[in-house]
Design a protein around this ligand. Structure first.
Ligand code: AMP
Length: 394
C-alpha cells in the first residue's frame, strides 16, 4: 500500500516523501479513502498512530480546487482541546501543504486577539482552533461559517474532559447543515457517542485502530516500585545510572512540578517544567527547546499529555501515575511514534495500587517491574489481579 494508491495527488505525495514517510500507517489506510469519498467518519485512534495526517492529507486534497475564498470565511475547521495541539496540527498542515496554495492558521486563547482577527480578514482555508477563542471570534463577527465544508473534532474525548461541551455545541449550531464531519478520539466513551450523535451524520463510517494491535508503535513499558518519599532520588538515580539523554516526566500538580525541578537541580540534573501556571509564551519556548534538544528533562502536568508530537521522543516517565487509565495511554503515546521504539517508565508507590490495577487490567497484562538495590522499598506494592474471577465451589 502506498500513499498514491490511497488517492492523493502529486503535490501531497511529494511533501510526504520529503518528510520520509515510506508507507501509510493503518489509520491512514482506513481514513484517507473514507474522507476522500466525502463520508462522515468516527475514528478511534490516538496520537502516535499518524492520525493527524490521516485527516489533514485528504482534507488538503479535497480543498485543493482553486475555489476563491471570501473574507472572514474558512473551508475546513479543526477543533482541538489545547493550544499546544492546535499549534502542532497547524505546523503539520503547513508541512503537508508545502506544494499547495492553501492557507492555514492556528487560533487559540491566551494571546492577543487582534493579530488573529487581522489574519482572518482575507479568509483562511483551514483553521485549527480551540473552542473558546473560536466562539469569541464568531461572536465578534470576525469569522463566518457559511462556507465551511469540513469539520474535524480532534481528540474529542479530551475536549469533553476539559469541559468544552457547551462551546462545541454552540459552534456546531452555527455551522452549515451540509458539511462533512470527522471525529477522532482515543477512546469512544458514552459522552463521545453523545457528541457524535449531535455533530456527525447518521451514516458515518466507523474505524478503530486498537491500542494493543500489532500496528501500534513499540513501547517498552516498565515500572519501579518505590516509597513515596524516595521518588525524586529514584528518578535522579535512573537518569544518571541509565544515562537517559531525554525524558518527558509527567507529574500531577504544578506545585509538584516546580519542586521536582529544584530537587533534580540539587542533584546536578538540569530540568524545566511546563504547567498551567506558566505563560503561553514560556510554555511554547520551553517545548521548542525540549524538541530541539536544548532541554533534556521536561517535567509536565497534564497539559502536555495529549497531542504533543515531540519528534523522536525516546522516553516518558510517569512520576505520578494518572488517575485515569486513558491518561496513561495518552501519555505513553508520546513515545514510540509511527513505528519508532520508545520507553515508558512509571514510578509506583503503594498508594497508587488502585490506579496500577486499572491500568494493567486495561492493558491486559502486568507491566514488568525492575528493582534497584539502592532503593529498597518499605511499603511493597502488591501484584495486580487481572480479570479476577472467583473460583466455583466443586
Ligand atoms: P500523529 O499520530 O498524527 O501525532 O503522528 C505521529 C508521528 O508520526 C508524527 O511525527 C508524524 O510526522 C509521523 N507520521 C505520520 N504518518 C507517518 C507515516 N506514514 N510514516 C512515518 N511517519 C509518519
Amino acid at each position: 500500500m502506498t500513499f498514491a494508491t490511497l488517492g492523493l495527488s502529486e503535490p501531497l505525495l511529494k511533501a510526504v516523501a520529503e518528510l520520509g514517510y515510506k508507507k501509510p500507517t493503518p489509520i491512514q489506510i482506513k481514513a484517507i479513502p473514507a474522507v476522500l469519498s466525502g463520508k462522515d467518519l468516527i475514528a478511534a485512534a490516538q496520537t502516535g498512530t499518524g492520525k493527524t495526517a490521516s485527516f489533514v492529507l485528504p482534507l488538503l486534497e479535497k480543498l485543493n480546487d482553486e475555489k476563491t475564498l471570501r473574507g472572514k470565511r474558512i473551508r475546513g475547521l479543526i477543533l482541538t482541546p489545547t493550544r499546544e495541539l492546535a499549534i502542532q496540527v497547524e505546523a503539520s498542515i503547513a508541512q503537508y501543504a508545502k506544494y499547495l496554495e492553501l492557507s492555514s492558521m492556528a487560533m487559540y486563547g491566551g494571546t492577543e486577539i487582534e493579530p488573529q482577527k487581522q489574519r482572518l480578514i482575507w479568509g483562511i482555508d483551514i483553521l485549527v482552533a480551540t473552542p473558546g477563542r473560536l466562539l469569541d471570534m464568531a461572536h465578534q463577527r470576525a469569522l463566518h461559517f457559511d462556507e465551511l465544508e469540513v469539520l474535524v473534532l480532534d481528540e474529542a474525548d479530551r475536549m469533553l474532559d476539559m469541559g468544552f461541551i457547551d462551546d462545541i455545541n454552540k459552534i456546531i449550531e452555527r455551522l452549515p447543515q451540509e458539511r462533512q464531519n470527522l471525529l477522532f478520539s482515543a477512546t469512544i466513551s458514552d459522552d463521545v457517542r453523545g457528541l457524535a450523535k449531535r455533530a456527525i451524520h447518521k451514516n458515518a463510517r466507523e474505524i478503530s485502530i486498537r491500542f494493543d494491535s500489532a500496528s501500534e508503535p513499540k513501547i517498552d513499558q516498565w515500572l519501579v516500585t518505590t516509597d513515596k518519599t524516595n521518588k525524586s532520588a529514584l528518578l535522579s538515580h535512573l537518569i544518571t545510572e541509565l544515562r537517559w539523554q531525554q525524558a518527558l516526566i509527567f507529574i500531577e500538580t504544578k506545585h509538584g512540578a516546580a519542586k521536582l525541578v529544584s530537587q533534580l537541580e540539587k542533584r546536578g540534573i538540569k530540568a524545566e517544567s511546563i504547567h498551567s501556571g506558566r505563560t503561553q509564551e514560556i510554555r511554547e519556548r520551553i517545548l521548542n527547546d525540549f524538541k530541539a534538544g536544548k532541554i533534556n528533562y521536561l517535567v509536565s502536568t497534564g497539559i502536555a499529555a495529549r497531542g504533543i508530537d515531540i519528534g523522536d521522543l525516546s522516553r516518558v516517565v510517569n512520576y505520578d501515575l494518572p488517575a485515569k487509565v486513558e491518561d496513561y495511554i495518552h501519555r505513553i503515546g508520546r513515545t514510540g511514534r509511527a513505528g519508532e521504539s520508545g520507553e515508558a517508565i512509571s514510578l509506583v508507590s503503594k498508594d497508587n495500587f488502585r490506579e496500577l490495577c486499572a491500568i494493567e487490567s486495561r492493558l491486559g497484562h502486568i507491566i514488568p517491574r525492575k528493582d534497584f538495590v539502592e532503593f529498597p522499598v518499605k511499603k511493597t506494592v502488591p501484584i495486580s489481579i487481572l480479570n479476577f474471577k472467583p473460583k466455583h465451589r466443586s
